[in-house]
Write a protein that binds this ligand. Structure first.
Ligand code: ADP
Ligand code: ZN
Length: 727
């Protein structure tokens, strides 16, 4: 049974920052959170739109803790629910869930627990919430305990316009009718306007305060690579050079299986996920991924919905997405914790063809048209030379000005070259072939191929046959796509993709228009450059990770529930040696200090010892043994080689004060160069006397030793003696 921190340190007028640190261990609110929480405390209806990883949960969790009664959270997925409840409990917060995974007995005992008034957050699935059996229970809670709010997570599920419509969500409007005065908070990461308005209407929100955060995921690095025949090798290298968990998306199950096998062969810890596996296999693989038993998941887009793993460090699309919104959401599963993460898209024209083929299977022509238009935008994104962020955010109607510095186009701008001559060759070849062929054939002609198809149409007799041997097929393809993209050439959408000329094509051929294209440079991107961590920190981090995993396994929870990556990194950098220092780390709340503090401190201590770094002893975890600010200043000067007298002058203090600092520092196990302060033979003599007389005041010791020994020397040695006798 977990223990709960029931008494926040503040009573009347809660200081929100203090509460944030106490419960969640964070030092400050993210943009928007504070205002939302203030309004939630005023019982307003709220509509909160934040991108994945924006920190939505906190917006209802903190108010739930500060208000009287129970906050009911509606969440669509069992896995998600469990995850959030585990995380809350690990912060010492009384939270629980009710869903179909529990037997009747467990449900009853949890209901009793709720009625006892101890629970602050209850997670439920919508179908249960609205069931005939549950509503009377909710009434009871309302009367006995009080309901402080309803939080509707993944609120876009209420809208048919969203990508994840759930009919049960429609019924949620009933809550508004049944409990008129209880505030409703709707939360979503949906990016489209249409869905947002739908949510407000469908849930019957009452003049909600709408919070719309930017969709910019500043910690994500976006890049697009062309899928050459070396793509797999690049993929492998990407995985090897990036640390932490990752997802690789492929379009088909077959591809997923193929890549999984290859990667396994290359000794990458990897599992597959797709609809062809049994439910059991899928959920097993997913759990192993979440718990860091396996590092990489190769999956179709069936994977990821409702996966809350915050420390996914890379998402690689080995095939292109259908549209930009999907790409944004899928790649957005990286870096929910705000740490730098990488999103790579491999792009090939062949994949576009595959998706086009799939689109053509759709029965509704209107739907086909929309899908093709969306695909076009996706292609524009991959081929674009502008900032990737600007293109993505523009798609959601958000303006992002200029250079983000965190995408391939911004970091490695492609040089633009004049390819007018090549374009003229290409277009005239299309003309000579009477606008009846696709790109592959045109390129064959340009390259002077002698295939059966070419001789059959006598295209080897054309003047353009073989005039393009100086460029590779890939280069011609790049030009062809760019011409299409720039509107200088057309392509039929009948599935044959026949190239057609338009007015602009003729302008090019008549030399009335020049053609520039962005040429990719062979780029070797060094990831996390300038972020070279000292090897020492890295080694400690590995150990802390192992410890985290061990604790997590013992509790049967994912490692990130124990500590976030960012907190672990801080730990490795700061290397706290006392509980007080430990508790100051971001992400360490009161509950975590008492539950895990000692274990992690012990690991850090052991590490420092092995590395021969100055160690502190057991008593180091007692707050009073921390050196004070002024003592540390003295220590600094001492370590720079200044004598006691010099330090006294510099600090404008008496030298006896400096001596007191130093002896206290010695007692507190700081690295003071003792032999510099007291000659070795004197040390031994004083120590002998201390052994005889014990820990007494300085005067009798001095009387015993005589005038050759100063009070300062005796004081210093006594500090050392005390330290050694404390053990
Ligand atoms: P969302 O539900 O919007 O996708 P979460 O609520 O899961 O996002 O939050 C994403 C991550 O950010 C979590 O690891 C969470 O603990 C962390 N987080 C939230 N608020 C803060 C904050 N104020 N300071 C630091 N980390 C935060
Ligand atoms: Zn950019």
């Amino acid at each position: 049974m977990p223990t709960y921190a029931t008494h926040p340190p503040m009573s009347q007028n809660p200081n929100l920052e203090q509460a944030l640190k106490y419960y969640f261990g964070y030092d400050s609110f993210r943009l928007g959170q504070r205002q939302i929480i203030e309004q939630a405390l005023q019982n307003r209806d709220l509509m909160i739109v934040m991108p994945t990883g924006g920190g939505k949960s906190l917006c209802f969790q903190l108010p739930a803790l500060l208000k009287k009664g129970l906050t009911v959270v509606v969440s669509p997925l069992i896995a998600l629910m469990q995850d959030q409840v585990e995380s809350l409990q690990d912060n010492g917060i009384a939270a629980t869930f009710l869903n179909s995974s529990l037997n009747a007995y467990k449900v009853r005992s949890r209901e009793e627990y709720i009625l006892s008034g101890k629970v602050k957050l209850l997670y439920v699935a919508p179908e249960r919430l609205l069931s005939e059996r549950f509503l009377p229970f909710l009434d009871l809670v309302h009367h006995q305990v009080g309901i402080s709010a309803f939080a509707i997570d993944e609120a876009h599920c209420v809208s048919e316009w969203g990508h994840d419509f759930r009919p049960e969500y429609r019924q949620l409007k009933l809550l508004r009718k049944r409990y008129r005065d209880i505030p409703v908070l709707a939360l979503t990461a949906t990016a489209t306007e249409r869905v947002r308005t739908d949510i407000i209407q469908q849930l019957g929100l009452n003049q909600p305060s709408v919070h719309l955060a930017s969709f910019n995921r500043h910690n994500l690095y976006y890049e697009v690579r062309s899928k050459t025949k070396y793509a797999y090798a690049e993929l492998l290298e990407l995985i090897r050079e990036t640390e932490g968990s990752g997802i690789i998306y492929c379009l088909t199950r077959k591809k997923v299986d193929e890549i999984t096998l290859k990667l396994q062969h290359d000794k990458i810890s990897v599992l597959p996920y797709h609809a062809g596996l049994t439910d059991e296999e899928r959920s097993k693989n997913q759990t192993r991924f979440i718990r860091d038993d396996v590092r990489v998941m190769v999956a179709t887009i069936a994977f990821g919905m409702g996966i809350n793993k915050p420390d996914v460090r890379f998402v690689i699309h080995f095939d292109i997405s259908r549209n930009l919104e999907s790409y944004y959401q899928e790649s957005g599963r990286a870096g929910r914790d705000g740490e730098p993460s990488r999103c790579t898209l491999f792009y090939s024209y062949g994949d576009v063809k595959t998706i086009e083929f799939l689109i053509n299977q759709k029965p509704d022509p209107q739907e086909q048209l929309i899908s093709k238009h969306q695909l076009r935008q996706m292609i524009d994104y991959t081929e674009g030379t502008d900032c990737r962020r600007t293109i993505q955010l523009g798609y959601f109607g958000e303006r992002f000005a200029g250079n983000c510095g965190n995408c391939d186009n911004c970091r490695y701008p492609k040089p633009v070259q004049d390819w007018t001559i090549e374009a003229m060759k290409f277009l005239s070849c299309v003309a000579r072939c009477k606008e009846r062929f696709g790109m592959g054939h045109i390129i064959d002609v340009l390259r002077g191929a002698k295939s059966q198809k070419i001789t059959q149409y006598e295209h080897d007799k054309l003047s353009t046959h073989g005039i393009g041997k100086d460029k590779t097929p890939d280069e011609w393809r790049m030009l062809g796509r760019s011409l299409l993209h720039q509107g200088l050439l057309e392509q039929t959408a009948d599935g044959y993709a026949v190239l057609k000329l338009n007015a602009l094509s003729w302008e090019v051929m008549r030399r009335q228009r020049t053609v520039s294209i962005a040429v990719p440079v062979a780029q070797k991107i060094t990831w996390e450059e300038g972020d070279e961590k000292a090897a020492e920190v890295e080694m400690l981090l590995q150990r802390l990770r192992a410890l985290r995993k061990q604790i997590a396994d013992a509790q049967s929870v994912p490692p990130y529930v124990i500590f976030a990556d960012s907190t672990l990194k801080l730990m490795a950098q700061v290397q706290p040696q006392t509980l007080s220092q430990f508790s100051k780390l971001s992400g360490v709340g009161s509950h975590k200090v008492s539950n895990y503090g000692e274990k992690f401190l012990a690991e850090i201590r052991a590490y420092r010892q092995e590395q021969g770094l100055p160690e502190q002893q057991d008593n180091s975890t007692r707050f009073q043994d921390l050196p004070s600010e002024t003592e540390l200043l003295t220590l600094q000067l001492h370590q720079q080689g200044f004598s006691v007298a010099e330090i006294a002058v510099k600090r404008n203090l008496r030298s006896t004060t400096i001596i007191r600092h130093l002896s206290d520092l010695i007692e507190k196990n700081q690295s003071v160069d003792f032999n510099l302060l007291v000659p070795v033979e004197k040390q031994q003599k004083i120590l002998q006397v201390l052994e005889i007389l014990g820990d007494i005041s300085l005067t009798p010791i001095k009387e015993y030793l005589g005038d050759r020994y100063s009070f300062d020397e005796i004081r210093l040695v006594r500090g050392k003696w005390r330290r050694e006798n404390k053990k």
